[in-house]
Design a binder for this molecule. Sequence first.
Ligand code: SAM
Length: 396
Amino acid sequence: MTAAPESVSPRCAVFEVCGGCSRQNLDGGSQLREKQSVLQRRLLEVGGIAAETYALLPPVTGPAWNYRRKARLAVRMVRRKGCVLVGFREKRGNYVTVMEACEVLAHGLAELIRPLRVLLDGLEARETIPQIEVTAGEAQGRAFSPTAALVVRHLRPLNPGDLNRLTEFAVQWSLQMYLQPAGVDSVFRLYPRQGPDRLYYHLPQFGLRLAFHPMDFLQINAAVNRRAVRLVTDLLELEPRDRVLDLFCGLGNFSLPAATICERVTGVEGSADMVARAEENARANGLQNTRFVTADLYRWNTDAPWAVEEYTKILIDPPRSGALETIPLIVASGANKLVYVSCNPETLARDARELARRGFNLKSAGVMDMFPHTSHIESVALFERLPTQQSGQSRT
Ligand SMILES: C[S@@+](CC[C@H](N)C(=O)[O-])C[C@H]1O[C@@H](n2cnc3c(N)ncnc32)[C@H](O)[C@@H]1O
């Protein structure tokens, strides 16, 4: 029997309106049970995989508040109110929430909401700035360097007065300030003028420091990510003789920890920028047993050297659309263990069905609470190849 969901008073004053969170009215345990239940239902209904046939992993959790280290905040000049609003969009409609603070943004970002409103209110360009991306990195020991970054999208050129005000704000709050005059490729740093345009996070259990650009894909919750990386390497039971393939590897968040244990890791990723970041991170951490490749994993070249090689273990962490197209590659790879990190239980379940049909059974699955207080479900699943070509869990 599962416990009934338990209601609590939302901590945030604008919870009813703000689209940033949707579950603050449920206690943490109920939120997790809800996510587990959605995952198990999807696996059954879409994947044809009954809960009795695999183990439910304990949820990976972290702090429920001030966890979010990256967000896109909307900006809007509201004539009726005579001021600029900065915040998440409302749950309903396209308005920007009137917010003074945020309970889920990471420390260092949450405190910026009110000062950002004041800053933007004072800009000549305040009607032509639609959004600001905010990202928090981690401190670098004793060396001083800004640990958070803002990327200001602006639709018209900024005048010298506005550029000065943005620079002064960056100095005052110890931030890196970036401008985005057009598409994502146009992003450049306004302040500081020197030093690498990077933020950093650490995976201390693996002795790693990873660098990223504020526009890079980044796992949003630092504490849960650390535990997720540990769990993934544990589930794969990595050993020194393993040759690992990490599909959708991003900046090397899983590949580099795996490389501290294994013989060799190959990371494949669609974005050339992210591949460059993974290579930079391997070099900076002194890892020489990695190889990173740029390839579209929905249409890769089946003759590419990395695609025809043998691997012992595979890790995949695809976008919401899942990884159905990679299953022939997984099956041909020789690997017997696969860990699938998913941000969409629907596509995970669909792919689990196909994996089972191709001889990989689901052994265990669980949720990772990457986004507390939202309906977003991040999960992890371990698949193992059946010793013989018997039919798998799901029958089509
Ligand atoms: C959920 S992220 C995971 C990144 C990384 N594993 C991490 O933990 O930071 C998914 C990654 O898939 C990449 N991606 C999206 N579409 C792709 C495609 N068609 N082929 C290859 N990679 C793709 C994105 O650039 C992104 O880095």
